[in-house]
Design a protein around this ligand. Structure first.
Ligand code: NCD
Ligand code: ZN
Length: 332
């Protein structure tokens, strides 16, 4: 049995820098036609020169592979209309992090007071630059995303023509907000479709499943499955594949992030097949993103075959999601 996917896209990806980039970028370009590359590098991507240099570094790392890196900028509330107009053609969107919410997000937004964001968000709206948001408050860890939903709604109401993408949603509250505002969209990761908090901390602590936002309750995962498996038109795949070296994960003070890029497609095929929804995979993994972002990805057909194999224990010094476990599909 074979499965063909046209131009799969990963609309939330961490490619890192230097040696790590050289290891992980080819693993994404092997399975995807393109990806939205997150700007939380050190230092974060905040200028046109950095965007151009980072894109060149990625292109060199994927070598001859045909892969489009859609670039993002790290949101700052002092970006002017003129600055954004000048950088518009080099980026696809801008990623907003609350200050300190996750890996390398220091210098993000400290206050969601609409007036302090108005000038930049109005400019983005006028210039048709979508806004990606890591939506978590500084509240209790299990409640951070649900508490952020009113902020998503205030922003969606205040800037009705701004496309706002709720990144890596993990709760039923976020899933419900989607249909209340025409300008709210969402990405869903692979791991949040597979795990709940029980898998992370219900038995022996699993550092390779620790990420931000933390996996939630069974009913939250059900809400995400309902959106993804039915390819809700405002939802697209974004792996949030976030590699960290093994010694930064298996450590006191474990870094947040799950590395899924190399095995995302086979595991999604397995999941959609299990739920008899394989016919919706193409929309979730590509077509919805094409419409939401209004992009034309390169033609790239990826073929998976139904053949079981064992996920490697490591890619260099990075442990992937479901390492050493069997998966039922593999790349042809
Ligand atoms: C991401 C990372 O490591 O860059 N970590 C994570 O747990 N998802 C950042 C992010 O997207 O939150
Ligand atoms: Zn991320």
């Amino acid at each position: 049995m074979q499965l063909k996917i046209n131009s799969p896209l990963d609309m939330h990806l961490h490619l890192r820098q230097d040696n790590m980039l050289k290891v992980v970028a080819p693993l994404s370009s092997k399975s995807f036609a393109g990806a939205l590359v997150m700007p939380n590098t050190l230092p974060p991507v905040t200028t046109k020169e950095q965007v151009v240099a980072y894109k060149r570094e990625i292109t060199e790392a994927v070598d001859s592979d045909n892969f489009t890196s859609y670039m993002t900028l790290f949101f700052k509330n002092d970006y002017s209309y003129k600055f954004l107009e000048d950088i518009k053609d080099d980026i696809l969107s801008i990623k907003l992090y609350p200050d300190g919410a996750t890996t390398n997000s220091e210098g993000g937004v400290a206050s969601f007071d609409i007036e302090s964001l108005r000038e930049t968000l109005e400019a983005m709206s006028d210039l048709n630059i979508p806004l990606n948001i890591h939506g978590e408050t500084t509240g209790f860890v299990m409640d951070r995303e649900a508490e952020f939903v009113p902020i998503y709604e205030q922003l969606a109401t205040a800037f009705p023509n701004l496309k706002i993408i709720m990144e890596h949603i993990t709760t039923k509250e976020s899933a419900m907000a989607l249909d209340r505002h025409k300008n709210l969209y969402a990405t869903i990761t692979l791991h949040h479709l597979f795990i709940t908090l029980d898998d992370v901390a219900g038995g022996m602590l699993q550092p390779h499943l620790f990420c931000k936002p933390i996996a939630k309750r069974p009913e939250d995962r059900e809400a995400l499955l309902d959106l993804a498996l039915n390819a809700h038109p405002k939802v697209m795949f974004g792996s949030d594949s976030a590699p960290h070296p093994k010694d930064k994960k298996e450590a006191p003070g474990c870094a947040a992030g799950v590395f899924t890029a190399p095995i995302a497609l086979p595991l999604l095929a397995q999941l959609f097949e299990k739920h008899n929804k394989l016919e919706n995979l193409q929309k979730f993994i590509s077509d919805n993103a094409v419409k939401i972002y209004n992009i034309k990805p390169i033609d790239k057909e990826i073929t998976l075959i139904k053949q079981s194999y064992t996920i490697p224990s490591k890619y260099n010094d990075i442990v992937p999601f479901m390492s050493n476990k069997r998966v039922e599909w593999k790349f042809k």
